[in-house]
Design a protein around this ligand. Structure first.
Ligand SMILES: Nc1ncnc2c1ncn2[C@@H]1O[C@H](COP(=O)(O)OP(=O)(O)OP(=O)(O)O)[C@@H](O)[C@H]1O
Length: 439
């Protein structure tokens, strides 16, 4: 096992650097504390920070153990706790981690430390990479746990990443380092723990070099990303526009490069898109055609090799137009409207092989409402007490029996029928609130 001096060498810590050591009471962080406290001459002033999540019955005992051991080593301790009342009903693990890191930063600020150290090790690294590979496969995430990063002005360091859990356990045994096993680690409900308990041992048996290989992979991945970053930044800058991106500058690049550029462009401008959706966006960008993707409250419009974000029309229930709002629509004007190039704000219509047609209503015509339900136009007329004479004379734009627009109904909301999960192919059809005046 490398010495602590060797493990710390890559971080170039100046003597006197104050360090907050994050200690849970588990064997990893108790060994980290021991290694730091046993450095000859104690070059770095240490503060132990322990956060009591109050998630398990043994929490208090762990806090007491950390307090007692740190005191024995002559290291001051700061403890914090997470009130049970603050625990969320779901996502408790992520919330606990967030609360813990916030606490660690508070302690660092309190004691004037510029470094926080945690005891992540090579097994953590391998689990993280495999877990992320299974869950997302995003290339940036494949760099795994970073050995050193800046977090809110403080350096977050993980000096034990090169060591395996087995090495830490062996050290704890030979140096009588006390610790408590986190009982929740045995809880197979958490998929991460399942990976740790069942999958990792099987993989290690298959190939005893697993940890070394994953460490090599994350190191190489980190290096490759660092090398690629400037070129990637340049490509991203070359396509970015104030409202999205102009793809013509990167269309000659290999598909994999375009995928990376798109990821960066999207990360800078909007919510995350699933990988499959990103692929559909790229396919659309390769053509001169037009496609619209509903993403949360926004529309991602791909048209003629460009990508633009636009606010989605605000959802509102269909209603009868007030007299002053009526659309005076003539047949020619409406057809021109239906064929016009779509604007940024639009109603969204499921793509259909059938063309949009202007006509009077027909039996079987349906409105597609925002909540995903259909309603017979006839039923809608009855519910809204539209006089029979008007029902027959009002103009309708439809494909098949799907009514895109109806003369007497405010256009705010017909046809917002888009899968929120994005991927339904859609076209947009322009119908503004002002409508068009009679010829
Ligand atoms: N209750 C705690 N108080 C102080 N430090 C802690 C506590 N729990 C964990 N740590 C620190 O974080 C390190 C990682 O712990 P653990 O693997 O349990 O974290 P995690 O929940 O998987 O989250 P992450 O890996 O993102 O930190 C530990 O080695 C220790 O240094």
């Amino acid at each position: 096992m490398e010495s602590m001096q060797q493990l710390l060498a890559p971080f170039h810590l100046a003597p006197g650097t104050k360090i907050v050591v994050a200690v849970s009471g588990g064997v990893d962080s108790m060994v980290l504390l021991t290694l730091l406290a046993r450095l000859p001459g104690r070059p770095y002033p240490l503060t132990v920070a322990h956060f009591n999540h109050q998630l398990r019955a043994e929490s208090a005992a762990e806090a007491a153990l950390v307090q007692a051991y740190a005191t024995r080593l002559g290291v001051p301790v700061q403890t914090g706790s997470w009130p049970v009342a603050a625990h969320p009903a779901t996502g408790v693990e992520a919330a606990a981690r967030q609360a813990r890191y916030a606490f660690l930063h508070r302690v660092a600020q309190d004691v004037g430390a510029t470094v926080i150290m945690t005891a992540h090790h090579a097994d953590d690294q391998a689990e993280t990479v495999l877990f992320r590979l299974a869950r997302s496969g995003a290339s940036a995430a494949m760099s795994g746990i970073s050995p050193a990063r800046l977090s809110a002005g403080v350096r977050l360091l993980r000096p034990l990443l090169p060591l395996s859990k087995a090495e830490l356990r062996a050290y704890a045994e030979s140096h009588q380092v006390p610790s408590m096993e986190d009982a929740s680690n045995a809880n197979q409900h958490f998929s991460r723990n399942h990976l740790r308990a069942a999958v990792m041992p099987a993989l290690k048996q298959e190939n005893p070099g697993l940890l070394t290989h994953v460490t090599r992979f994350t190191t190489e991945q980190r290096g490759l990303l660092a090398l690629a970053q400037p070129a990637l930044n340049q490509l991203v800058a070359s396509v970015q526009t104030p409202t999205g991106a102009d793809w013509r500058g990167v269309m000659d690049q290999p598909a994999a490069v375009q995928a990376l550029v798109l990821q960066r462009v999207l990360a800078a401008s909007g919510p995350r898109l699933a990988w499959a959706t990103q692929q559909q966006v790229l396919t659309a960008l390769a053509t001169t055609g037009r496609r619209l993707f509903a993403v949360g409250q926004r529309h991602l419009i791909v048209a003629n090799h460009t990508l633009t974000w636009a606010a989605a029309a605000v959802a509102a229930a269909p209603r009868l137009l007030r007299p002053g709002e009526w659309h005076q629509l003539s047949a020619t004007m409406a057809l021109a409207l239906a064929q016009a190039a779509p604007p940024a704000t639009a109603w969204v219509v499921p793509v259909s092989a059938e063309p949009l047609v202007l006509r009077h209503r027909q039996p079987g015509d349906r409105l597609h409402l925002a909540d995903g339900h259909h309603q017979l136009l006839r039923r809608w007329f009855i519910n809204h007490k539209v006089p029979a004479a008007q029902r027959a004379s009002w103009w309708v734009i439809a494909h098949g029996h799907a009514v895109v627009w109806c003369q007497g109904i405010a256009p705010a909301q017909l046809f917002q029928r888009v899968d929120t999960d994005i991927l339904q192919p859609v076209i947009a059809c322009r119908l503004t609130d002002e409508g068009v005046s009679d010829e």
